[in-house]
Design a protein around this ligand. Structure first.
Ligand code: ADP
Ligand code: MG
Length: 308
């Protein structure tokens, strides 16, 4: 009974910090949320689960950072489709040992980022147990008039382009990254995006997803890969380039466009986040990395995968 009282008090508190949205006439407090889709838009849905001990440790991550990240990874998926996010749903398994204040901090982190992107927290599920903390967030969004951008549209001759820089995310960026929603929407308006993905597993690994889905190959130019300062700062004997290609959790955009439109983006960037041209799509399969002297080597599917 006590647990239940706490659960409902927490939900009432969450409800009290969430504002009204004309698109969402029914949100927290009913059995299901109701969302208006007035236009001929496609409904986009993404969901991701974060588990204590696998995706983060708490501490050093704070509940506010974890909440923020749990939403941010889903917004990044929405960005990868060039969609507009509308509503978020939060399902949590709280360890019995954490108190109400901890759960509130978690939701503050979610709510703060949600407000930045005009997303309404529209529902969820709250449970507690004698286990580690688990959070699963789902985001509903809509495609723009141009439709969603998929992984499967890359064509031979396309430029491969990225936002931001890569590698070393675990030293901090993975908890504070800015989902590239605005950038994706601006790109979608400025050019014809042939294929796009957000880099969560790693640049090489996620590029391979685009290649496999599109049935094409790629050549990457080693010296053009944007390497983050965090990747340069790692002292583990591995080259910074290796970190840029292999590390996960950068949550940058990786996309392909025609050569002409790619050049136009570089000449007149639509936003401040740096854009880079890192290679080309070619006929074939797999990816080669070309160094400054023209030497090529096969780029393995680096990056991290859950072992099943
Ligand atoms: P039901 O038993 O009908 O599923 P719940 O008692 O689980 O309803 O939840 C009550 C309301 O609170 C629902 O609208 C649900 O979507 C919302 N909710 C529950 N937990 C959360 C949460 N952690 N964040 C946001 N909304 C939540
Ligand atoms: Mg119900």
């Amino acid at each position: 009974v006590t647990r239940h009282t706490h659960e409902f008090e927490l939900i009432e508190w969450i409800r009290s910090i969430v504002g009204e949205s004309p698109r969402i006439p029914v949100g927290i407090g009913d059995d299901a949320a109701a969302i208006h889709f007035p236009r001929d838009a496609k409904c986009l849905f993404a969901t991701d689960m974060l588990m204590e001990g696998v995706h983060f440790r708490c501490p050093p991550a704070t509940p506010r950072q974890i909440g923020r990240k749990a939403l941010a990874v889903n917004l990044s998926d929405m960005a990868a489709m060039a969609g507009r996010p509308l509503a978020a749903f939060v399902s949590i398994a709280l360890p019995k040992a954490v108190g109400r204040a901890w759960a509130e901090e978690l939701h503050r982190g979610i709510h703060q980022l949600a407000m930045e992107f005009g997303v309404t927290l529209a529902g969820g599920d709250t449970n507690s147990w004698n286990g580690p903390f688990v959070i699963s967030v789902g985001v509903i969004g809509e495609s723009t008039e141009r439709g969603p951008v998929l992984r499967r549209g890359a064509q031979p001759g396309d430029w491969i382009m990225t936002t931001g820089a890569f590698g070393g995310s675990l030293s901090g960026k993975h908890l504070s990254f800015q989902p590239r929603i605005m950038e994706a929407l601006q790109l979608h308006e400025a050019v014809s995006l042939h294929a796009m993905i957000d880099v969560s597993d790693g640049l090489a690994s996620d590029l391979h997803h685009i290649l496999a889905e599109s049935g094409v190959g790629a050549v990457l130019h080693e010296k053009t890969i944007p390497i983050s300062t965090a990747a340069h700062d790692i002292n583990d004997g591995q080259p910074a380039l290796w970190h840029a290609l292999g590390d996960g959790e950068d949550f940058e955009l990786l996309f392909t466009v025609s050569r002409e439109e790619g050049q136009r983006l570089l000449d007149r960037p639509p936003f401040d986040v740096p854009l880079a041209h890192i290679g080309e799509i070619v006929v074939g399969a797999g990816c080669v990395l070309r160094d400054a002297d023209g030497r090529e080597r096969v780029l393995p599917t680096l990056g991290w995968q859950h072992e099943l």
